[in-house]
Write a protein that binds this ligand. Structure first.
Ligand SMILES: Cc1cc2nc3c(=O)[nH]c(=O)nc-3n(C[C@H](O)[C@H](O)[C@H](O)COP(=O)(O)OP(=O)(O)OC[C@H]3O[C@@H](n4cnc5c(N)ncnc54)[C@H](O)[C@@H]3O)c2cc1C
Length: 329
């Protein structure tokens, strides 16, 4: 092994990505006594289940769910997990849609909970994998280019498929299985408004807005009665068409459409626009019964896009994929 490696322990498994799939797999593997490290490019857990804190003018702040606003289950396996999280008071039923659930304080608290006691390295982007003498060398970005971060027997890539494809060594047998899978981009606008009456918003017929989630309602509590806050999801098709627009142009379009749907002038306290480059799979992925992909070189792929034959819900797919990929390592 090269002497300048950042982590000098050889891991049994390195997992790339601290979203639901990666963390679920890591937890299972660690439970079975494997030496596991998780490497995540962002500053926190959650991936597409992350939350965002926005400052308010009066030194207060609001936490919004930035990706998945709420979730549900179709399989007994995920239902059992939701029941456990409910019993642990980690999640609550949505106040406005009781068949759906949200994290009790924020959705990212679920992945934070799973991440407890795991060996996770944040703000660390994996840029290359190379096999040397039966072990995988994991290279991460560094200010001077790249550095050897650690070595491992197994690698689980738990990222969206395009990012996984970029990490697979050229010629790996998994490349042709995922190269056609596309994920839709999506704009999301977080918005806090001041209004003395509950706004009536029906976005169902809007051609370019997929949904508007009243964030202040779903957990059944309001920090301040006059403040209402919303997660506005743009439609996938419109997001695709406008993905290279200036952010200010996208934001002003979504704000004006929001106002039009409210049929009144809105007093905006704070807004924040986020561009998800990979939101949900846009085409039917592979016919894959296992919820994960693996190859003889001990690279394994996990993520929501690999379990769509089991559920229509992205978060559930990610969870099922994480469970399955861990079982066969
Ligand atoms: C706007 C939006 C709305 C949604 N609504 C719903 C919904 O209503 N219901 C539902 O069930 N699901 C919904 N989803 C989907 C759900 O959030 C996802 O299916 C699920 O969170 C995916 O988990 P994952 O672990 O497969 O991937 P991700 O959450 O994408 O995790 C991948 C992780 O890998 C990290 N990563 C990527 N590349 C690297 C690298 N090179 N090095 C290190 N780390 C890397 C990323 O930062 C990320 O944290 C929604 C998603 C979005 C974006």
């Amino acid at each position: 092994m090269k002497s300048d490696v950042v982590m000098d322990t050889v891991m049994d498994v390195v997992i790339i990505g601290a979203g639901m799939a990666g963390l679920t797999a890591a937890k299972q593997l660690q439970h079975r006594g494997k030496k596991v490290a998780v490497v995540e490019k962002s500053r926190g857990t959650g991936g597409r289940l992350s939350s965002k804190r926005l400052p308010l003018p009066d030194d207060q702040s609001l936490t919004f769910d930035l990706g998945c606003p709420s979730f549900s289950s179709e399989t007994p396996q995920f239902k059992a997990q939701l029941d456990k999280w409910l019993a642990d008071e980690l999640i609550v039923p949505c106040a406005n849609q009781p068949e759906y659930y949200v994290g009790r304080e924020r959705n990212s608290s679920i992945t934070r909970h799973i991440a407890k006691d795991l060996n996770i390295h944040f703000s660390t982007r994996v840029c290359r994998l190379e096999k040397e003498r039966e072990l995988w060398q994991v290279y991460t970005e560094s200010p001077t280019g790249e550095q050897l971060f650690c070595t491992a027997e197994h690698i689980v890539i738990a990222t969206p498929p395009q990012q996984a494809y970029d990490l697979l060594p050229k010629g790996n047998s998994l490349c042709p299985l995922i190269e056609h899978i596309k994920m839709e981009p999506q704009w999301v606008l977080l918005l806090a408004v001041r209004s003395s009456t509950e706004l009536k918003i029906d976005s169902a017929q809007h051609p370019n807005i997929k949904s508007i989630s009243p964030e202040h309602v779903k957990r059944g509590a309001k920090p301040d009665d006059s403040v209402q806050y919303y997660q506005v999801q743009a439609g996938e098709e419109w997001s695709q068409e406008t993905i290279n627009w200036e952010r200010t142009r996208v934001e002003s379009y979504l704000l004006s459409e929001f106002e039009a749907l409210c049929e009144q002038k809105i007093d905006i306290i704070v807004s924040h626009l986020h561009r998800w480059l990979y939101s949900l799979p846009s085409n039917t992925p592979i016919d894959n019964k296992e919820n994960y992909l693996t190859c003889s070189e001990k690279i394994h792929l996990s993520g929501d896009y690999l379990a769509t034959n089991q559920s229509r819900h992205g978060l559930e797919c990610a969870y099922l994929s994480g469970i399955s990929v861990a079982k066969q390592i």
